[in-house]
Design a protein around this ligand. Structure first.
Ligand SMILES: Nc1ncnc2c1ncn2[C@@H]1O[C@H](COP(=O)(O)OP(=O)(O)O)[C@@H](O)[C@H]1O
Ligand SMILES: [Mg+2]
Length: 341
């Protein structure tokens, strides 16, 4: 049995004391960035997996960490989760350094690895109680805490079930439940949806939204942008260990507008159309294939009439104009060229 539960953030270092956590909370309340990644690099031997990543995760956000397979997501996430030391650069979570304040960071984060494992030969409650113990939750309160966690993850009726009898989706949910027992402020989830069927994915989204409403910051990785685009409030897109784009989801949507594509169909081919269109400052690219003109337009939609005017003034025989509003997935493909690294 592969069991990554062993390497998750539990064990003696994860021991929390309530006053220490409260003090950190007061400190944290003055900041609105909860995860700060600065110039982070990671090298495996001669291979540079992460190259100078810098990004912030705003407090309370659902932050999508997007990149194709091999981009360096898991490497970065393992550094954030204190399981891997970076070659260089810094990561702070709620003002705590992941390298120097490892134990304190582990108390405030909940990490779910990409290939999760659960102990099979125990009941759901026994499983969770084991982790509650590892986090030193007071014995008297454990039962109530585990009940809450089971209710939250919609597993309230499964407490006495053997873990081995759960479906894959349920095991994953249990793994998430385990990640929540110490009430972490920041959830770091590495491709949690990748092994789930569509129904379980929807349930996961509902649960993540609920956790977000409870005030938790969630960093969630995926190699599929659309999986997260309506869930996330901010994103970072990485490729080959480097940042491609980061910021609010709104900003990314604005970028989509910037990269609007227009397809113009002509009655017959016409010389000089390309030269005519590239003169317009808002036009960032033109390709002409016989009677089809593909245009990249970065200007405001309201000023698109300038393009039309230029075409009409030069008697270009336009018969149709279609806007190909790029969706985010297309933008992502453009940004990353769909590479699998
Ligand atoms: N322990 C390791 N030793 C050597 N190379 C590694 C190791 N872990 C990951 N890599 C390489 O680093 C790159 C980034 O991997 P990873 O962080 O797992 O990317 P992602 O999670 O985005 O798919 C990949 O090319 C991968 O092969
Ligand atoms: Mg990965």
């Amino acid at each position: 049995m592969e069991n990554t539960a062993n390497e998750s953030v539990s064990g003696p270092e994860a021991v929390a004391t309530a006053p220490a956590v409260a003090a950190e909370k007061n400190f944290a309340a003055r900041q609105d960035v909860i995860v700060r990644v600065q110039d982070l690099s990671m090298r495996y031997g001669n291979f540079q997996a992460v190259r100078g990543l810098t990004f912030d995760v705003p407090r309370g956000d659902i932050f999508g960490f997007i990149g194709p397979n091999g981009a360096g997501k898991t490497t970065t996430i393992r550094i954030l989760s204190t399981l891997l030391s970076p070659t260089s650069g810094e990561v702070h979570i709620d003002g705590l350094c992941v390298v120097n304040d490892t134990a304190a960071v582990r108390r405030i984060i909940g990490y779910m690895p990409d290939r999760f494992g659960v102990y099979e030969g125990v009941t759901v409650l026994e499983y969770l109680d084991f982790f509650a113990g590892a986090y030193s939750l007071p014995r008297g309160r454990r039962k109530a805490i585990l009940r809450d966690v089971l209710d939250l993850t919609d597993m309230g009726h499964l407490g006495e079930r053997m873990v081995s009898s759960l479906s894959q989706g349920m095991k994953q949910r249990l793994c998430l439940a385990k990640t929540l027992v110490h009430d972490p402020r920041v959830l770091i989830l590495d491709e949690p949806a990748s092994a789930l069927d569509p129904r379980a994915r929807i349930e996961l989204r509902v649960l993540l939204k609920e956790l977000s409403r409870m005030g938790k910051t969630i960093l969630i990785s995926s190699h599929i942008l659309t999986e997260l685009s309506d869930l996330c409030t901010s994103v970072a897109i990485i490729e080959k260990g480097e940042m491609v784009e980061s910021g609010s989801m709104e900003r990314l949507r604005d970028m989509r507008r910037e990269f609007e594509r227009v397809r113009i169909t002509l009655h017959e081919p016409r010389e000089g159309v390309e030269a005519l269109l590239v003169q317009i400052p808002e036009v960032s690219g033109v390709t002409v294939e016989e009677t089809h003109v593909h245009l990249e337009y970065r200007g405001s939609p309201a000023e698109f009439h300038r393009v039309l005017k230029a075409l009409v003034d030069h008697q270009v025989p336009v018969v149709a104009i279609e806007r190909d509003s790029r969706n985010l997935e297309k933008l992502f493909l453009r940004l990353t060229r769909g590479d699998v690294q």
